[in-house]
Design a protein around this ligand. Structure first.
Ligand SMILES: *[C@@H]1O[C@H](CO)[C@@H](O)[C@H](O)[C@H]1NC(C)=O
Length: 144
């Protein structure tokens, strides 16, 4: 039986994905040397550092509140709408203001779904004005 062109396309896609998928999970510091701070463009950062794969780890590194900053945090937002609007009413706190120190706070991307991250401090200002939000959709790995 001949495969439909849809099935052929799908198999090609799988083959391409398996070529692209890196073998080792990556550990990526969010923002690189900038870390997690007010005013850095994390949407842009996420674009530059894509694609992410399932089992990659994101590391959020940030200073505790001080005279220089009023504190950051890491929330996971439930959907695109809350992400766009920086609405934290249904958001889940992953890391509080103190948890970004040392080696940082790690999140493993375990599922094939969008992950929406944002800092929830300053009544949403971190997210709205401080650009402290991004999303990642980790791709499946086919080779392990
Ligand atoms: C942040 O980066 C994104 C993606 O490059 C861009 O579309 C957006 O305009 C930038 N935002 C600001 C405020 O510079």
């Amino acid at each position: 039986m001949a495969l439909s062109s849809n099935a052929q396309g799908f198999i090609l896609l799988l083959a391409a994905a398996s070529l692209l998928a890196v073998t080792e999970a990556r550990t990526v510091v969010v923002g690189g040397s900038e870390g997690w701070r007010f005013g850095y463009n994390y949407t842009d950062w996420a674009l530059q550092n894509s694609p992410f794969y399932i089992n990659d780890q994101l590391v959020f590194k940030y200073d505790p509140p001080s005279d220089a900053n009023s504190g950051y945090s890491v929330y996971q937002l439930p959907n695109l709408w809350s992400y766009i609007n920086c609405d934290f009413s249904e958001a889940k706190l992953l890391a509080n203001q103190m948890q970004g120190g040392g080696d940082g706070f790690k999140v493993e991307l375990t599922q094939w779904r969008p992950y929406y991250f944002a800092s929830g401090e300053k009544d949403g200002k971190n997210c709205k004005d401080g650009l402290m939000k991004f999303f990642a959709v980790p791709l499946p790995r086919w080779n392990n």
